[in-house]
Design a protein around this ligand. Sequence first.
Ligand SMILES: Nc1ncnc2c1ncn2[C@@H]1O[C@H](COP(=O)(O)OP(=O)(O)O)[C@@H](O)[C@H]1O
Ligand SMILES: [Mg+2]
Length: 1019
Amino acid sequence: MAEQESLEFGKADFVLMDTINVTEFMANLKLRFEKGRIYTYIGEVIVSVNPYRPMNIYGKDTIEQYKGRELYERPPHLFAIADATYKAMKRRSKDTCIVISGESGAGKTEASKYIMQFIAAITNPSQRQEVERVKNMLLKSNCVLEAFGNAKTNRNDNSSRFGKYMDINFDFKGDPIGGHIINYLLEKSRVIVQQRGERSFHSFYQLLLGGPEKLLRSLYIEKNAAAYNFIKSGGVVKSAINDTAHFNLVADAMKVIGFTADEIQTVYKIIATILHLGNLKFSMDGDSTLIESSKLVSVIAELLSTKTDAVEKALLYRTVATGRDVIDKQHTDQEASYGRDAFAKAIYDRLFCWIVNRINDIIEVKNYDARIHGKNTVIGVLDIYGFEIFDNNSLEQFCINYCNEKLQQLFIQLVLKQEQEEYQREGIPWRHIDYFNNQIIVDLVEQQHKGIISILDDACVNVGKVTDKMFLEALNTKLQKHAHFSSRKLCASDKTLEFERDFRIKHYAGHVVYSVVGFIDKNKDTLFQDFKRLMYNSSNPVLKNMWPEGKLSITEVTKRPLTAATLFKNSMIALVENLESKEPYYVRCIKPNDQKSPLLFDEYRCQHQVEYLGLMENVRVRRAGFAYRQTYERFLQRYKMISEFTWPNHDMRSDQEAVKKLVECGEFQHDVAYGKTKLFIRTPKTLFTLEERRTRMIERIVLFLQKVWRGTLARLRYKRTRAVSIIINHYRRYKVKSYIREVGRRFQSVGTMKDYGKHVKWPTPPKILRKFDETLHSVYQRWRAFLLIRSVPPADLPQVKAKVAALENLKGQRGDLGFQRSWEGNYLATKRDNPQMTPAFSARANELKRKDKYMSPLFSSHVRKINRFNKSEDRAIFITDRHLYKLDPMKQYQVMKTIPLYNVTGMSVSTGKDQLVVFHTKENKDLIVCLHKMEPANENRIGELVGVVANHFRRDNNCRGGFFFFFGLASRTKIYGGGKKSTSATLTTKILVNKVLNCNWPISPTSATWKKVRKDTFR
Ligand SMILES: Nc1ncnc2c1ncn2[C@@H]1O[C@H](COP(=O)(O)OP(=O)(O)O)[C@@H](O)[C@H]1O
Ligand SMILES: [Mg+2]
């Protein structure tokens, strides 16, 4: 049952109707047709209404939707049946078949094509070439068969005028590996005559309208269908089908399938021969019969690759064997015409059968070995002519309708049987169902001795002239009591029947009046042996092969051939036997109107079909007590949410028990039966109630699922984040640890190294340890410094500290800071710098020591001083821990100026090689000097001067609290340092803003920039 569609489209399964009656059935069918839902189920049977318009429901997407699905999972569709068939075949390795029935124009052939397409689409996923070839052949063969076996009738522009049963063979993997076609009774009378408004087989028009000029010329035919008697009786040439295009398609298909060029040529020759035969006329000249158009005879002879006189003889004479003698008996013109028509029909029929055989040769399964390839299974597709009632119904209609009776019988048997078997399997008692069994009509037709076919055969066998009337008489006598047979003689009041011409059969599908005219001839289906021999003697091997029985000599042909009706009956019995052995699936086609209109739903016509197709019975059988059945598992899956005992999962021992509980909760227990594996529900009402409750719960379930799912997502996210952070932490820890370990490893023995590990390369720290790394560096450096300093003799310490101070202030700003040499500081007291004047300087220093009470001298040097007028003079500076003295070397180092050190706010030196230094003072009276006269002459002492002074101030600051006063003025110093508020000499300003000092110094300072060393940076 298909549950997915909304009820606005009607009920997807007729079994779900509230009450079973025709009115409701029709209303549902109509509603669905109008809503464009052409398919509806009756259980597993599908009812299809011809939409008479292209429907967008056969595309790839739809195929995907139905592929591998169960019948009830999707809205009703032909594909669902095709898939069910395929699955049954594949899963259970069972042969299956699809029986498509319905009247002419109801859509059987279209359905069979869609089924083939679906099967082709879902098989051979691995695209094996051989399988693709087979599929292509199967699809292409259809096109050829339709050209030769279909015709336009008043009911259908593309009506199949033959029955077709096609087996598709599959290997164990379910891939098609070949096929076989059986054709049934081609309506060959159409070759020579058609009813008004109808056409002959498409092949004639295709050749005439689509054949290339050259081909037509070689066949001696012209592009004019009206010129040929055999195909003009219907009065129509055109149909909705494009003959020209189809000619090419068919020619192409024949080539693809594997017809040789000779074979295709012969096919055209046969068609042309038939057209020419139709134009042959006979006349009597005294006793002898003449062919009026002898030219045509030679054309025919040429086309058939025989001799002209042989053709002529076959048309005019008949060879008869009387005992041992063989004589030629001349036809009357009537007999000759009869012979000609029979010949035309026969060669077309032969051609058609030959085409089917050729296709079979090609698509047949080859090289299949069940031991290697596994079991070979088949799906059969039966597309056979539907029930027909014409104005004039003859033997063809009789056969066709008999065929439909047989199929209906099979349908009843199988559907009932299936149903009964299911009940048996499920252990549910079977109840009798009332339905019409058409076996009685089948018997009326086919019973031995008593049936119509037997009576007809008897009439044909009788020697002497038996007429159609005599046959009707025999029917009247033998069947007068039969409830389904009547004639005017048996029912004199029935004016719809003509005396001595008509009889009526009450078919299951309706009453049909048959005219007996032509029954005997058609049944005998006489074709004079002469024609068979003529064809066999053709020098065209293709033609010769079509007529093997022409080989027999006249005296050998004694056995009476089976009659047409008996042949047909036998083929039907064989067909039914074949279908019975398979698992059947049914497609029941309905034609909505006779106008081929997509809009019209002719209720009367439809209801008639619904009745004779036995669809109501089908519903009844299916509903025999139970409208719906489903396996417990599936049932639970669908409805478990409506009971707390089953949602989300039950804890009972079996699904069956759970279903029982669910049913009891809903109080449906009086409307169900429990089978072994399935639950059976009696009325659709219960099912709808279940559906309603389910729909109501679905909303909540959706919310619930959303909630759970959101929760799940959030939990997943949380877990992942947590996992990520744990991983990160562990990784960080690992990085930190491995860094520390690495530092430990590298620095393990630095204590014993000569440079205390200075050369050791530090590992790169992880980001997080940057700060720590800095601290560690400084710790290490302090340690190393400590070790280094420890090794310095105490006397050298002040010098080392001064060097450090110099480095701190000038690192990277000046070239040579003089670290390599020892800093003696008080150079004026050394013999090297001051060989002559050392005593004078020492005396002065001692005097100052006494006077100013300094503790130690820091620095002394000869300098050249520059005043604000750019005048230079030789001077000396002497820096003690208390004062900066400017001395005059010419006058025994007489003190010219004394600046207490605390008045010195900063020093400026350049970054060049010069030894210019500016002492800034609080009074803004800067002292600008340039060291000179040092020994050796190029010794640069600026580094030393800055280092010694800086070191002094630092030390002072560290140990002498009184010096804080000095720093109280720092702010002013800063302003001064910025140079903005300076009101002092221009020169000072110049220096402070790092401009070029334009003086005549020993070394040009032009390249130098100035570095100001402020006292507060000495700290
Ligand atoms: N499923 C369908 N979709 C569209 N048109 C259809 C469909 N089935 C049938 N038809 C139309 O109806 C016509 C007759 O169908 P066909 O299958 O030849 O009938 P049948 O074989 O039963 O005599 C087709 O030529 C086509 O125009
Ligand atoms: Mg058809």
